[in-house]
Design a protein around this ligand. Structure first.
Ligand SMILES: [Cu+2]
Length: 65
């Protein structure tokens, strides 16, 4: 389980974009977002580094919690 802090994730649209970026790497990934704390829990087999790069590319820099 990957726990990331994504400070720029501020609404449902952001969550959708973040989720889509993760699923593009791993269609079977489970993304659980918590807007209040601007964080996500990701269940995936993709490399954490690849996830972080994909999110940064979408405009949502993430850092480990
Ligand atoms: Cu948003």
């Amino acid at each position: 389980m990957l726990e990331l802090s994504i400070p720029d994730m501020s609404c449902g649209h952001c969550v959708a974009t973040v989720t889509k970026a993760v699923k593009a790497l791993d269609a079977d990934a489970t993304v659980t977002a918590d807007l209040a704390s601007r964080s996500v829990s990701i269940e995936t087999r993709a490399e954490p580094k690849a996830i972080a790069e994909a999110l940064a590319e979408e405009g949502y820099p993430a850092s480990p919690k």
